[in-house]
Design a protein around this ligand. Structure first.
Ligand SMILES: C[C@H](O)[C@@H](O)CC(=O)C(=O)O
Ligand SMILES: [Mg+2]
Length: 442
């Protein structure tokens, strides 16, 4: 039986997070967490929502890119899509003329992510399962059929992917129980955005510890003396045994990254994230080699364009922590491809979640990773940021510093109608007020 997709709409939703410097870092000094919000529905009345993430200006361009792709979605049979998701995914990334705008990178790939995330949400809702559970219950062959293996077969074939998933069937039920009871370990970035004062960092770190967090990330890269002072505050507040990660958001040259991190080494740092350009595989490899004797790994991925780039980072020893991004990669299927690649190369996956809705999303991916692919929590944790959860119908839940497995069907991204109306750019009343006060320009 067919179930034709009859509509795809997109809204430009933005939050004025830059007013409080929430989300600020060395490269993005004043981000306004934003998302194109896609809604898709079928003739039988099933619907799904999806987002991708931007930091404000340009969100409208991604909305336009989504509209440009919509003719490839509307009119398609939803049941046929989920039967052969990989083929459908390729139609979105390989449209004869639009492909020139990527391929599989930048604005067009963000658009693919929003659309396919919405379709996965719709699929999970139809099965009355949270997305992670849909993934866990799919047979290896069907799960693998959602992936486009083009350009990665030299490193991971369909057959290898199926055998990884088949081997990991053993112990799945126990791991699923564990995720429901104890959850997946998290770290918080929310104490130490670059624009926060020293007092605020100390206060937020204490509050986060009281909530059960033992792992923290701090933004670095603008001024070395500032970084040392802030790292000292954090270390003193969190104590010597808790984990500290730092994130430079692409600020440095390769040698500069190595030198800067040598200056911070005595703060006992687990990883340096995005030390340099996200495209510089060999540069990352050089940094990783230099920092290995200091016990510091390199983490990257939030701006890693696609599975092909991840393949190179993983093969070159250029990332010790693989930071998949639910909205930068082309949705769930491409994230699964990278999770499988990471397993093959023995690199732990620690998803990026600094942005609106990303915590809601990546919890599903990591829980699936643990149950079906890695089977391990060693060196693995999901980022948590404490912003904007109140706008979602089913926000992620953190207990004792861990994400608790979601129970509600879908991909946890339904945004409240009131929030969408208030924060719609530029006509939502929140934006109208801010524009009128002269704080923003249309
Ligand atoms: C602009 C975003 O807030 C970015 O700083 C997030 C990020 O790098 C992270 O969460 O990691
Ligand atoms: Mg980062």
């Amino acid at each position: 039986m067919t179930d034709i997709i009859i509509s795809l709409t997109v809204e430009d939703i933005r939050f004025p997070t830059s007013l409080e410097k929430d989300g600020s870092d060395a490269m993005n000094k004043a981000p306004d967490y934003s998302c194109p919000y896609v809604s898709i529905s079928t003739q039988s009345g099933i619907s799904g929502n999806g987002i991708t993430f931007t930091v404000g200006r340009g969100n409208n361009i991604v909305c336009e890119a989504i509209k440009l792709l919509s003719h490839l979605v509307v009119g398609q049979d939803f049941n046929s899509i989920v039967k052969d998701f990989g083929t459908f995914w390729r139609t979105l990334t390989s449209e004869d003329q639009i492909r020139w705008l990527g391929p599989e990178k930048g604005v067009m790939h963000l658009a693919v992510a929003a659309i396919t995330n919405a379709i996965w949400d719709m699929w999970a809702k139809r099965e009355s399962k949270p997305l992670w559970k849909l993934l866990v219950d799919l047979e290896p062959e069907q799960l693998v059929s959602t992936i486009d293996f083009r350009y990665i077969t030299d490193s991971l074939t369909k057959e290898e992917a199926i055998s990884i998933l088949t081997e990991m069937k053993s112990g799945k039920a126990g791991r699923e129980e564990e995720m429901k009871l104890a959850g997946y370990p998290a770290y918080t970035t929310s104490c130490a955005w670059l624009g926060y004062s020293d007092d605020k960092i100390e206060r937020l770190c204490k509050e986060a510890q009281a909530q059960g967090f033992t792992r923290f990330k701090m933004k670095v890269g603008s001024d070395l003396e500032d970084d040392k002072r802030r790292a000292k505050i954090l270390r003193q507040t969190m104590g010597p045994d808790n984990l500290l990660m730092v994130d430079a958001n692409q600020k440095w040259e390769v040698q500069e990254a190595i030198d800067w991190m040598r200056e911070l080494v005595h703060f006992n740092i687990t990883w340096i994230e995005e030390p340099t350009s996200p495209d510089d595989v060999l540069g990352h490899a050089e940094i990783a080699k230099a920092l290995k004797p200091l016990g510091i790994g390199v983490a990257t991925g939030e701006q890693c364009q696609n599975r092909v780039m991840f393949k190179q980072f993983l093969k070159a020893g250029a990332m010790q922590f693989c930071q998949i991004d639910s909205c930068r990669l082309g949705g769930v299927s491409e994230n699964i491809a990278v999770i499988l690649l990471a397993k093959k190369y023995g690199v732990p996956v620690c998803p990026h979640a600094g942005g609106v809705g990303l915590c809601e999303y990546v919890q599903h991916l990591s829980i699936f990773d643990y149950i079906c692919v890695s089977g391990s929590l060693e060196k693995r944790m999901i980022e948590y940021t404490d912003h904007l959860h109140e706008h979602f119908e089913t926000p992620c839940k953190i207990r004792d510093g861990c994400y608790i497995a979601p129970e509600v069907p879908g991909y946890s991204i339904d945004m409240k109608q009131d929030s969408r109306a208030a924060f719609c750019w530029p006509d939502g009343h929140v934006w109208r007020d801010l524009i009128q006060k002269g704080l923003y320009k249309e």
